[in-house]
Design a protein around this ligand. Structure first.
Ligand code: ACO
Length: 423
C-alpha cells in the first residue's frame, strides 16, 4: 500500500503522508493541509481525529483489545497491583524489586496533606459533591507546592507526579469523611497504598479498621482497569490544558472536571442510580430497554455503549468476573447485580443494541463492586479519578517529551453573521 494519500480539492491535488503505528493503524498526516490549501478538516467530537502519536496504551475497539505498554489488561489485572501499573504507565516498563520498593515507599511517605488543605475540605458544605471537593483541594494543594510548578523542569515534574499519586487517595478519603461528618484519619506509613485509602475512608474515630484482603484485591483490580484508556475525554483534557504549559496540578484538575460528566467517568454513579430506579420500578428491565430506544425520550442505558469499543469492553469482562467472585465470597446477594445481569442479557439480544454495537462498558459492573466494599455512590467517580491519575500523568509527560509538542488549538468553520455595523 502507498505511504501517501491523495486529496483533490478543486483544481488542487495534495499528497498526504500516511503515518503507520506499531499495530499497523494508519493516520493521514494533514499538518500541511491548511497552509497548502486554506482548508481545514471538520470532525465534531474528534471521532476520526488522532490528536497525537502515543506509545502508552493500545486499544482496538472492534476486537475488544486493551494493552498498557504492550501488556494485555487481563495479564496486568492478574499479575500486578495498582502501584506496579502506575510505574508501568509512567516508565514504560514494570519495576524490578528495588524500583518497586523505592516507588512505593516514596508515595506512601507523601500521603499526608497540609493542614491548610484539610481546613479547605472542612469549609465545604457537607452536601458538596466529592468531585467538586477533590478538584478544589488539588488546586489548593498546589499552593503549598510552589517548588513543583514549573512544567518544563524534570525534577519538579517528578516531585509533582509522586506528590499527586500520594495525595489524591487522602484527599478522596477526606472528602468522604467530611460529607459523612467524620474526623480525618492520618495515613499510616506502615500500610500500602490501597490499605491506606480504605483505612482513611472507613476507620472509626480511633483510626481502627480491619483490612479485608478481598477488598484490597477488588480495589486494586478496579484501579488497574481504569488506569489508562488512551485519548479519552479526560486524558485529552489533561493534554490540552498541559499544552499551554500550565502546571501539572492545574492540568490534572482539568481531567478531574472532564471525568465528572455522566457521559464519561460519571457513568458509574449514574449507572447505579439507574439500576436502583429499575429496582424501585418492579425490576421492569424491559421498560427501560424500551425507553433507551425511544428517540423522544432522552434516557440512555448508563454503562452501555462506548465511543471506541464496538465489541464487549474487555474491562467490563474482568469486572463482571470479579463481581461474581466477590459477592460469592462475601455471601452477598446484591439485587442490583441481578438487575444488571438481566439488563445486559435483554439489551444484548435486542436489535437496537445489536445493530449499534452497544455493549456494557467498564462502568456497568464497577458500581456493584464499590457497593460491596461499602463505597457510597457519590464516591464512585472519585475512585475512577484515583485509577485514571497515572494515565493522565503519563500522557502529560509524554506530550511534554514530544519534539513536536505545540499548544493544542483547534480551528473552526465559522457559521455566524457576516460583518455588520451597530445601527
Ligand atoms: N443507550 C441507548 N442508546 C445509546 C446508548 C445508550 N447507552 N449509547 C449510544 N446509543 C445510541 C445513540 O442514541 C445513537 O443512536 P442513533 O444512531 O440511532 O442516533 C447510537 O447509539 C450512537 O451513539 P452516539 O451517542 O453517537 O455514540 P458516541 O460514541 O458519541 O457516545 C457514549 C458514546 C457517550 C459512551 C454513549 O454510548 C453513551 O452515552 N453511553 C451511556 C453513558 C456511559 O455509559 N458512559 C461511559 C462511557 S465509558 C467511560 O467513559 C469510562
Amino acid at each position: 500500500m502507498s505511504d501517501t494519500a491523495k486529496l483533490t480539492l478543486g483544481e488542487q491535488e495534495l499528497e498526504l503522508p500516511i503515518i503507520v503505528g506499531s499495530e499497523q493503524e494508519r493516520g493521514l498526516d494533514i499538518s500541511k493541509l491548511r497552509g497548502a490549501t486554506g482548508a481545514i478538516t471538520l470532525d465534531e467530537g474528534f471521532v476520526n481525529t488522532g490528536s497525537t502519536q502515543s506509545g502508552i496504551t493500545f486499544l482496538n475497539g472492534e476486537q475488544g483489545i486493551l494493552r498498557y505498554c504492550g501488556y494485555a489488561i487481563e495479564d496486568i489485572a492478574e499479575k500486578c497491583d495498582f502501584i506496579d501499573t502506575c510505574y508501568l504507565l509512567l516508565h514504560g516498563e514494570l519495576p524490578n524489586e528495588q524500583q518497586r520498593e523505592s516507588f512505593r515507599s516514596g508515595i506512601i511517605a507523601e500521603m499526608a496533606i497540609p493542614s491548610g488543605v484539610q481546613d479547605l475540605i472542612r469549609s465545604f458544605p457537607t452536601s458538596a459533591h466529592p468531585m467538586a471537593i477533590i478538584s478544589a483541594a488539588i488546586q489548593a494543594l498546589s499552593t503549598h507546592r510552589a517548588d513543583q510548578m514549573d512544567p518544563l523542569d524534570a525534577d519538579q515534574v517528578a516531585s509533582a507526579t509522586q506528590g499527586l499519586i500520594a495525595a489524591l487517595p487522602t484527599i478522596a478519603a477526606y472528602s468522604h469523611r467530611h460529607t459523612a461528618g467524620q474526623t480525618f484519619i492520618a495515613p499510616n506509613p506502615e500500610l500500602g497504598y490501597v490499605e491506606n485509602f480504605l483505612t482513611m475512608m472507613f476507620a472509626d474515630e480511633n483510626g481502627e479498621y480491619e483490612i479485608d484482603q478481598d477488598f484490597v484485591d477488588a480495589m486494586n483490580l478496579l484501579l488497574i482497569v481504569h488506569a489508562d484508556h488512551e485519548q479519552n475525554c479526560s486524558t485529552s483534557t489533561v493534554r490540552m490544558v498541559g499544552s499551554a504549559n500550565s502546571n501539572l496540578y492545574a492540568s490534572i484538575v482539568g481531567g478531574i472536571c472532564a471525568l465528572w460528566g455522566p457521559l464519561h467517568g460519571g457513568a458509574n454513579e449514574a449507572c447505579v442510580k439507574m439500576l436502583k430506579m429499575i429496582a424501585d420500578d418492579n425490576n421492569d428491565v424491559a421498560k427501560y430497554v424500551a425507553k433507551a430506544q425511544d428517540k423522544d425520550d432522552n434516557f440512555r442505558l448508563m454503562g452501555f455503549g462506548h465511543r471506541v469499543y464496538k465489541n464487549y469492553d474487555p474491562r467490563a469482562k474482568i469486572i463482571k468476573k470479579a463481581c461474581d467472585v466477590l459477592l460469592e465470597k462475601l455471601d452477598l446477594d446484591d439485587p442490583l447485580f441481578e438487575i444488571a445481569q438481566s439488563l445486559e442479557k435483554v439489551a444484548l439480544e435486542d436489535s437496537y443494541f445489536v445493530d449499534r454495537k452497544l455493549y456494557p462498558n467498564v462502568d456497568f459492573y464497577s458500581g456493584v463492586i464499590y457497593r460491596a466494599i461499602g463505597i457510597p455512590v457519590e464516591m464512585f467517580t472519585v475512585l475512577f479519578s484515583l485509577g485514571r491519575l497515572p494515565g493522565w500523568l503519563a500522557h502529560w509527560q509524554e506530550m511534554h517529551a514530544s519534539p513536536g509538542k505545540r499548544i493544542c488549538r483547534p480551528r473552526q468553520v465559522y457559521t455566524g453573521p457576516t460583518a455588520r455595523e451597530i445601527q
